[in-house]
Design a protein around this ligand. Structure first.
Ligand code: ARG
Length: 587
């Protein structure tokens, strides 16, 4: 067991001994923000004390008196308003590093109680191109799914494609009247967007056009063969485009159940809501009112419009029901932009009325917008929304220029491959690094910089460590799977760690935080914790490497320092992998 897990387990036992009724699931340890005060810290006792009107410092002292962590901690202190600070024993630190060097763990461990988690992300709309807004959902959602999987949870990813709804009435009408087949072949999405724009302008100006679109929609919903087959073609063309982007981003989905999948479920669902008195009629439509939820009092959720049509909320309710029946998840995570907050509050509100017994945790993980230099939503120079594929092309192109300047001697194909990994990685990292709830300004220079908190910087940090092993002629041994086998002294006995300098100590302790950071990412749905951790790790490695000779030091110290190098490289690589970013052995 890793030190932080051991401490957490013993801490929970001690809390139970003092407060038998306490729910200890929230009693967690975190890395100490200021390492002068300790290695791990918990603030959980203050909340427990507050809930019981107890003196927090007294509670903390009582817990310490029941705490048995002598095997891994040299000191536990009550601090501030009732924090507990834990100081790790040096032996516990070196043992953990040595076991990592043997390949037994990499400072994280599978969750003791794995959860089943559905992650609903990306979810673009058919007949429209994926824009930069969808990129954040795709990249964030993929990172959360990877993190949860790495921590041993059962993850189901579902791309909730927008493939149903009123826009298809207009699209069908325009398709039948004015499809340009040549343009459709050349750029299907562009042609469908043209049709949609034309139709929606016509519908605004002309009631007859609106009526025609409505008729086409009704025909589609009734299963008209011609309309169905055009609709299927639109989906197939769109999906081919989406899949090409997912391929470039390395993103995979377990399921792509679009909105249309739930269509047959909608009438009985609304029937049930009505029969149970959850939804009631209001101005011809059917709505759910939330008199008991202050922020939703003014915002009833519509589940059927006055013309009988179902909407986004109705479909999402059916989706929820399907997921519960099929996968029995403990948690469902929805990743969309901030503008959908009200929708998800309403959805969760209706759901809890409908399934009051359900124990599933529902989370809306929302994010802010990407802005241009001018502080307005990111647009192309001519003022159009930026297409995701163009953005990825440009990232690769810019990276290719830099690589070609730095390493003109490399063959073209190799430079292209390096540029792909750097370009895509840079875009992803720029999306993951900011606090997801704040808007961020998109800047090519910033995200591709080799200095600063960027993907290229971290990829470079990784490649630089790997070059140490190449210089030491250990390339082979270290890159094959049980890398640790090569990390032995000459007589093949396992390496023992010597953390003689402050820099070695600081790096070693920071490596141990990797697992706690992953857990925090999964808990708060915030990949920026991991970005900042990796950046700080690279910084600590630099201080270590500048102050502690590795290849030039004597045998035992050399071996010990090489272990630190190798573990840092592995954590960087694993961390970047969780962010969906590839690494290069040489840059
Ligand atoms: N298609 C929607 C959009 O582009 C996002 C869907 C999010 N997922 C969901 N279950 N509502 O805005």
């Amino acid at each position: 067991m890793l030190p932080h897990q051991l401490i957490e387990q013993r801490l929970q036992q001690a809390v139970k001994a003092v407060l038998p009724d306490a729910d200890v699931a929230s009693v967690l340890v975190r890395p100490c923000p200021d390492t002068r005060f300790g290695d791990y810290q918990t603030n959980a006792l203050m909340a427990l004390a507050k809930a019981r009107a107890m003196n927090p410092r007294q509670l903390a002292s009582a817990v310490v008196s029941k705490l048995e962590v002598g095997d891994c901690c040299e000191k536990v202190e009550v601090a501030g308003a009732g924090f507990l600070n834990f100081h790790l024993k040096p032996a516990a630190l070196t043992q953990t590093l040595e076991s990592a060097a043997r390949g037994e763990q990499l400072f994280f461990a599978p969750a003791p109680q794995p959860r089943t988690v559905v992650v609903d992300f990306s979810s673009p709309n058919v007949a429209k191109s994926m824009h930069v807004g969808h990129i954040r959902s795709t990249i964030l959602g993929d990172c959360l799914a990877r993190t949860l999987r790495l921590l041993g949870h059962k993850v189901i990813t579902d791309n909730h494609l927008g493939d149903w709804g009123t826009q298809f009435g207009m699209l069908l009408a325009a398709w039948k009247r004015g499809l340009d087949s040549t343009s459709l072949k050349a750029d299907p999405i562009a042609e469908m967007e043209r049709l949609y724009k034309k139709a929606s302008a016509e519908c605004k100006a002309n009631p007859a056009a609106l009526e025609e679109a409505r008729q086409e929609l009704v025909k589609l919903q009734r299963g008209d063969e011609q309309n169905l087959s055009i609709w299927r073609e639109m989906i197939a063309l769109s999906r081919a485009q989406f899949d090409a982007i997912y391929e470039r981003l390395g993103v995979k989905f377990d399921y792509t159940l679009g909105e249309s999948f739930y269509h047959p479920r909608l009438p009985p669902l609304v029937q049930e809501l009505r029969a149970k008195g959850i939804a009631r009629e209001s101005e011809g439509a059917l709505a759910v009112f939330f008199d008991d939820i202050p922020q939703l009092k003014e915002h009833p959720a519509l589940v059927q419009k006055s013309d009988g049509a179902f909407n986004y909320t109705t479909t999402d309710l059916a989706t929820l029901a399907h997921r519960l029946e099929t996968w029995h998840p403990d948690e469902i995570v929805y990743v969309t932009d901030a503008r959908q907050q009200l929708h998800f509050q309403q959805l969760f509100g209706v759901f809890h009325r409908w399934h009051p017994q359900a124990r599933v945790k529902l989370a809306h993980v929302w994010f802010g917008s990407i802005l241009g230099d001018d502080g307005k939503p990111f647009k192309t120079r001519s003022g159009e929304t930026v297409k995701l594929s163009d953005l990825l092309d440009e990232a690769e192109e810019r990276a290719f220029k830099v690589v070609s300047e730095k390493s003109p001697e490399l063959p073209d194909a190799r430079r292209r491959e390096i540029a792909r990994i750097i370009g895509i990685g840079a875009i992803k990292y720029a999306d993951l690094l900011p606090n997801r709830q704040s808007d961020y300004v998109f800047s090519w220079d910033k995200l591709l910089a080799l200095n600063g908190n960027t993907a290229p910087y971290l990829q470079y940090a990784y490649a630089r460590i790997r070059s140490i092993f190449r210089k030491g002629n250990m390339e082979q041994g270290i890159s094959t799977v049980p890398r640790s086998q090569s990390l032995t002294t000459n007589d093949q006995s396992p390496v023992s760690l010597h953390l003689d300098t402050p820099e070695e100590m600081a790096l070693a302790k920071y490596l141990l935080n990797f697992g706690l950071v992953l857990e925090a990412v999964a808990q708060d749905y915030r990949p920026n914790f991991l970005c900042n951790y990796l950046y700080e790790l690279a910084g600590r490695f630099t201080s270590f490497y500048e102050n502690c000779p590795v290849l030039k030091s004597a045998a035992e110290q050399r071996a010990s320092r090489l272990v630190l190098c190798d573990l840092t490289a592995r954590v960087l690589q694993q961390g970047l992998n969780v962010l969906g970013i590839e690494t290069l052995e040489q840059m």
